[in-house]
Ligand binder design. Structure first.
Ligand SMILES: [Fe+2]
Ligand SMILES: [Fe+2]
Length: 152
């Protein structure tokens, strides 16, 4: 749930609380992020590719991928929010708040990583898979249904 990300400033997410999302197979995770609206699905595939690198225990260049994740999420959220503005999406404030909390958490995790706290970054990225799957199927799916309706 989003609470894991919200609480990261005071209490980093615990790996023991991750639940079944940690055991989801790679292909299944990709399917779980797709919502049937191509511009957003393309962003979600890109997100998954970056997160896959961060979740790979053999990946050496962790800081580079963490920076790529931050940059991607800034663009990802901005593109979705631009769709919302263009189409006068009625739930823009709620969806944008979820994005803001996510982006604040990512910025905080990067600061911690730069200060040498690698464990927090790894726990955050492990939690992010589950959080993002829920976000894709709630906020993003609702937005996609609205956009498909308004474009047809
Ligand atoms: Fe999204
Ligand atoms: Fe979103």
């Amino acid at each position: 749930m989003p609470l894991g990300l919200l609480s990261i400033k005071s209490t980093p997410p615990q790996a023991s609380k991750l639940g079944p999302c940690m055991a989801i197979e790679s292909d299944f995770r990709h399917d779980q992020l797709l919502i049937g609206f191509k511009p957003i699905d393309d962003l979600h595939r890109e997100f998954q590719d970056i997160l896959d690198a961060l979740l790979d225990p053999a990946e050496a260049d962790y800081g580079k991928h963490l920076l790529a994740l931050h940059r991607h999420l800034l663009r990802h959220c901005a593109i979705e929010e631009e769709f919302m503005r263009q189409e006068d999406y009625p739930h823009i404030d709620r969806h944008r708040r979820a994005h803001q909390r996510l982006l604040e958490s990512v910025a905080d995790v990067r600061r911690r990583f730069d200060a040498g706290d690698y464990d927090t970054a790894r726990r955050f990225c492990a939690d992010l898979q589950g959080w993002f799957t829920i976000h894709a199927h709630s906020e993003d799916a609702e937005l996609a249904a609205f956009l498909k309706g308004s474009s047809g």
